[in-house]
Ligand binder design. Structure first.
Ligand code: ADP
Ligand code: MG
Length: 683
């Protein structure tokens, strides 16, 4: 057993309790521990006194908790904890949201380390939600040098992570072997892995940190690009695909649609059609902004596979969306004799068995579903086309599992996450790309306003006016990253509050991820039928939901969302011919938040918004594993380190020239690592 991949819980000093906390940080093994890299560093030779702190700077300082620690609860889901931190030069206010437990663990006169951005309110300087730690005299903080600052979770302190990190590094030093070929190390002047890991955590100097970082960035890009190449290669590898012939039925169907396809839709369908008619499996990404009409493209492609006598599968990330697609498909295709079924986790056992049997026998032509589609017990008779909607919610792996259920079926993936094209090529290197670059005609620009939460009454008066015209509205509740249950609670509270007060004469429905799917379906279907005026929801409605009669999107605590996400949410309205509105309720005074709200007010172009998002947030979150199923970049940053990426791409070209099938037989350790990191992803 590889000790580096052993459960972290068995490392001395960890145990089940801490193991559980570490898992919250996605640390399960020693290896994952050492890849839990600092999010920042502090130079302890250079610590400022409180009096010298400057507005806007991100910094570390020390002091004592001074006076009382006060906690207030202005709203049901919000607690604010405040105290002063003082040193011999002055004092500053430190503010925490929803960390009431601090009152229990901090006492007056406790020495603390604070790391955060210096802000200002009307009383003076303050730091909001900083990283902090208790400082006890005999601990690490008294030493000089460059020190790591780690992302934390409740219950784990900087000091604990630091000492665990030291222990993990010791293990790594004993058991880890260099896996990059010496040739590459020499050519690109890369340091070895042990030096890199040691110095990314505990840099012996600024220069050593730089050297360590360069090596790790290089290696992350190398694996990312090699892995993508590998996947593409194995997909393309002389596999015979299924020829789906063109057929008059398709054109007739398109003519009979209630609307005319836009030029962009026609162009994209042509590209797909061309792929389907070849005997090489299609592997294509359709990108199109929210509301650009991707679903109909999927439906026509599925029809094409049906007419040719084959089965198709359509996978969506949420039950709500799968259900919606099921309804659209049924409406449009059932009249043509297509048998369609829904397969989601919440079906009763007997119903599920029935559907599974019919998929296997070929009685069902098209199955629409969620992750349930990729379970082992799903077997097709003759699957020719696999479509995944909102691909960014799935991983590369999941797409693969679904297509493995057929004999090299054609694969179509759809995504509304607008990624700048150059980056799409990196992330979806294994796919061809089609872009639906315009919206259906008649769409009005969604009017977007950023409003302070003290304007709630005005906001809801406006909502009422729209409801009185027969329109419908969504209210989306604040994002709570740690927990779906807290999110659900806050949605429930807001729904109750609205139906008792501001919207008491209207029908308010509630939708969140903790509800069973039967309830969710019922709410959505009642909303669609117009029996519900307003849906209060968590982000479960973020993707795909299509109810053209709803024209208002209210987003509470909009500052907590990323731009791309706000754009997706806003995309739930403006889907018909009515004028639609999006109101971003927020209280935020920070410049970045204001800037973000401003961008949302000014533009509805998804591509522009995502570029801004990248600029403001950095690509770390944007390109996380969760979204793309790729190995997560822990150190490398696609924007900051673009130049390294180019170097890596050149290097890979040379490797491939020498070794066109990428057998990597000269580099067995590299190959092993590649498999570990890339092809055998978790989940
Ligand atoms: P998305 O690209 O976000 O998945 P959808 O496929 O849900 O968008 O389409 C959004 C709405 O636009 C749907 O109500 C759909 O029926 C409608 N629609 C799609 N194509 C056209 C078109 N060419 N003309 C008019 N309406 C269209
Ligand atoms: Mg969609």
């Amino acid at each position: 057993m590889d000790i580096l991949r052993q459960d972290i819980q068995y490392i001395k000093g960890v145990g089940p309790k801490k193991g559980h906390l570490l898992r919250r940080l996605n640390i399960n093994t020693v290896e994952e521990m050492i890849w839990h890299v600092p999010r920042d560093y502090e130079d302890r030779g250079n610590i400022k006194k409180i009096r010298n702190l400057k507005l806007g700077e991100k910094t570390t300082f020390y002091g004592y908790v001074y006076g009382e620690i006060k906690t207030s609860k202005p709203r049901r889901n919000l607690s604010i904890t405040k105290f002063l931190v003082k040193d011999e030069s002055g004092s500053i206010e430190v503010v925490f949201f929803n960390k009431a437990y601090l009152k229990k663990i901090l006492k007056p006169n406790q020495k603390v380390m604070i790391n955060g951005e210096i802000k200002k309110n009307f009383k003076g300087f303050q730091v909001v939600n900083p990283i902090f730690d208790k400082v006890d005299s005999e601990n690490e903080y008294d030493k000089q040098g460059i020190f790591p600052i780690y992302p934390l979770t409740e219950g784990l302190s900087q000091n604990e992570i630091i000492s665990l990190q030291k222990r993990s590094l010791e293990i790594a030093h004993k058991h880890m072997e260099e896996y990059l070929p010496e040739e590459i190390l020499n050519k690109h002047k890369l340091c070895n892995i042990k030096f890199a890991l040691q110095n990314i955590h505990f840099p012996s100097s600024v220069k050593a940190l730089k050297i360590a970082k360069y090596r790790l960035v290089f290696e992350e890009f190398l694996f990312l690009q090699l892995g993508l190449f590998y996947t593409k290669k194995s997909v393309m590898h002389e596999k015979k695909g299924i020829v789906l012939k063109n057929n008059d039925g398709i054109n007739k169907f398109i003519e009979k649609l209630p609307f005319q396809l836009t030029n962009a839709q026609e162009k994209v369908f042509k590209e797909i059609s061309y792929d389907l008619e070849k005997d090489i499996p299609m592997n294509r990404l359709v990108q199109g902004d929210v509301g650009s009409g991707k679903t109909i493209i999927a439906i026509i492609a599925l029809l094409k596979s049906f007419i040719n006598g084959y089965q198709g599968a359509f996978m969506a990330p949420t039950e709500i969306l799968a259900e919606q697609h099921y309804l659209s498909l049924t409406e449009l295709l059932e009249p043509m004799g297509v048998k369609i079924e829904l397969l989601v986790g919440s079906l009763s056992k007997s119903k599920k068995e029935n559907v599974l049997n019919k998929i296997q026998s070929g009685e069902i032509n098209i199955v629409v579903g969620t992750h349930a589609l990729i379970q082992e017990n799903v077997n097709f008779r003759n699957l020719a086309l696999v479509i995944t909607d909102e691909q960014h919610r799935f991983g590369v792996r999941q797409r693969q599992i679904l297509s493995d259920k057929g004999q090299n079926p054609h694969v179509l993936v759809m995504s509304a996450t607008p990624i700048p094209r150059t980056l799409a090529l990196i992330l979806y290197g294994d796919l061809d790309i089609s872009v639906i670059d315009s919206l259906p005609p008649g769409r009005k620009i969604i009017k977007t306003y950023s409003r302070n939460s003290n304007k709630r009454e005005d906001i809801y008066n406006f909502v009422k006016k729209e409801l009185d015209k027969g329109r419908q509205a969504y209210v989306v509740c604040p994002l709570v990253e740690e927990s779906e249950s807290i999110e659900a609670r806050s949605a429930t509270d807001i729904a109750n509050e609205l139906s008792c007060d501001l919207l008491q004469d209207y029908k308010v429905g509630l939708l969140h991820g903790k509800m069973v799917s039967k309830e969710k379906e019922e709410i959505m279907s009642n909303f669609k039928k117009g029996n519900i005026d307003v849906i209060v929801s968590t982000t479960v409605i973020e993707v795909g939901v299509n109810v053209p009669n709803s024209t208002i999107m209210i987003i509470e605590n909009a500052e907590r969302f990323g731009l791309a996400q706000l754009h997706q949410l806003r995309g739930r309205v403006g889907r018909g011919n009515y004028q639609s509105y999006c109101i971003l309720v927020n209280n935020s005074k920070s410049e970045v938040a204001k800037e973000r709200m401003n961008i949302m007010e000014k533009t509805t172009d998804g591509f522009l918004i995502s570029e801004k998002d990248l600029e403001l947030r950095g690509p770390g979150e944007f390109f996380g594993t969760r979204q793309h199923g790729l190995p997560e970049l822990k150190v490398a940053n696609l924007f900051k380190h673009m130049k390294v990426l180019t170097t890596v791409q050149k290097e890979i070209k040379q490797i491939i020239n020498k070794d066109p099938n990428l057998t990597l037989s000269e580099y067995p350790l590299l190959k092993n690592k590649l498999k570990q990191k890339f092809l055998i992803t978790k989940k």
